[in-house]
Design a binder for this molecule. Structure first.
Ligand code: GLN
Length: 446
């Protein structure tokens, strides 16, 4: 069913980069056989899954939507991929994204842009745009994405589905091609909150292969979905509903808050005063980390090697000039500059300090509130091509998701009506490792 749906829709959506038809059929047959032999069903038994193309899959191309890795055929599975297999999901294929997860519209894919299933003239968001579009178009049952500054939540919002960024450290990053290691998290994109809880259950957990993996006990996420939010205290940051927010998006969020009230929760306006510095802080830190992480792509160890170099330096230069797209180069240059001697204190170190202030904003609000709620993105999806020439406008689309990433706390985007004929996302933010409350509230609301 999944492959025939893809055959019928992917010419217009373009969410897949690689299909795993033979592998999926073999895996499904094996699952059937194990079940017939009396084996137990895993929690994702037989569910067709899509995987973002920056999460490595053994024997299945993993390109990060980059020309640099267009021939990269991994010899191992990411921990998240392994855990999906252990839960008995079936990998349908690899999903399009912005190159190396840098972007918010999928237009930075070096292969082709994915389109929004609600209206194919519009972007699906990004960087996990292929993952979001694929779930929204009914091609797969669920997908994995990665979120560094909003890349699960924002495309989920634009495509009218559910996207969860877990607490930093909850899901192993082993086998996730690194963009900004202190921010990257893998998480589920699903049609509803219950599915999100099941997928999170399958992929969360300590991993000695990831030095930032949290050694915490994994609770039962599915049992958190009680439908009861009575007495929950919600803080609504005034900075998320102020300037730059589309009035129709604001209206949809206020209507959602009314619904929470009618379910017995209470809400109050709060302040996250350092929000205005979050985008600048993020683009300094994420780019700095990216400039370091992407140094490994030198034309020698991974991916495509430039032809006819004059010498070793020329090999690096040619491979990197040909392999990376424009946005990736922009980030590498920005990050290298911010880390360079003489500028480190003024930019990188300063940004680290502001990151601490942003995290403290969240700590302060969470002393008196269980959840923070606002829009996932200031607007609905925009037209393909509308913002490509304007990276700064593009960066501002992340204003509501980036602070959450810098603070490392969990957040989910759930559909909350429509504005301008396109889906709106409601962002529900929780305390570190309190995914249960986040999921409970999202489930009661949806
Ligand atoms: N849009 C943001 C960026 O371009 C976030 C990307 C992400 O979360 N991977 O960096």
């Amino acid at each position: 069913a999944s492959f025939s749906r893809i055959a019928a829709t992917d010419a217009s959506i373009q969410s897949f980069l690689t299909l795993n038809e033979e592998g999926a059929r073999a895996a499904a047959a094996e699952l059937d056989k194990a079940l017939a032999d009396g084996g137990e069903q895993g929690i994702l038994f037989g569910l067709p899954a899509g995987i973002k193309d920056n999460i490595v899959t053994e024997g299945l191309l993993t390109t990060c939507a980059s020309q640099f890795l267009r021939n990269y055929d991994p010899i191992y599975d990411a921990t998240a991929t392994k855990k999906l297999k252990a839960a008995q999901a079936v990998t349908i294929g690899k999903l399009n994204m912005d190159e190396f997860a840098m972007g918010g519209s999928n237009e930075n894919s070096s292969f082709r842009p994915t389109r929004n299933p609600w209206n194919t003239d519009y972007v699906p968001g990004g960087s996990s745009g292929g993952s979001a579009a694929s779930v929204a178009a009914g091609q797969v049952y669920f997908a994995l994405g990665s979120d560094t500054g909003g890349s699960i939540r924002q495309p989920a919002a634009y495509c009218g589905i559910v996207g969860l960024k877990p607490t930093y450290g909850l899901v192993s990053r082993f086998g996730l091609v690194a963009f900004a290691s202190s921010l990257d998290q893998i998480g589920p994109l699903t049609k509803n909150v219950e599915d999100s809880a099941y997928v999170l259950q399958a992929i969360a957990g300590y991993d000695p292969n990831d030095s930032t993996s949290a050694n915490v006990e994994i609770p039962d996420y599915v049992s958190a979905l009680s439908g009861d939010v009575k007495g929950l205290r919600i803080g609504v940051p005034k900075e998320y509903l102020g300037q730059g927010i589309d009035p129709q998006v604001k209206e949809a969020v206020l209507a959602a808050l009314k619904q929470f009230e009618s379910l017995g929760a209470t809400w109050e306006e709060v302040s996250l005063p350092h929000t205005e510095y979050a985008v600048a802080t993020y683009y300094l830190l994420a780019s700095s980390e990216a400039s370091s992480n992407l140094a490994r792509f030198d034309g020698v160890r991974y991916g495509v090697r430039a032809e006819n170099p004059d010498n070793l330096l020329d090999l690096y230069r040619k491979s990197r000039s040909q392999g990376f797209g424009q946005e990736v180069k922009r980030r590498i240059m920005l990050g290298t500059y911010a880390l360079s001697s003489g500028y480190y204190d003024a930019y990188y170190l300063k940004a680290q300090k502001v990151r601490t202030l942003i995290k403290q904003d969240f700590d302060n609000v969470f002393q008196n509130f269980d959840l923070i709620i606002g829009p996932t993105a200031p607007t609905t999806a925009f037209r393909i091509g509308e913002q490509v020439g304007d990276p700064l406008t593009m960066y501002l689309n992340d204003i509501c998701t980036i602070p959450v990433s810098l603070a490392g706390v969990p957040a989910i985007s759930v559909p909350c009506g429509f504005a301008n004929g396109l889906p709106v996302g409601l962002q529900i933010i929780g305390k570190a490792f309190d995914e249960r409350t986040v999921l409970r509230a999202a489930h009661a609301y949806e």
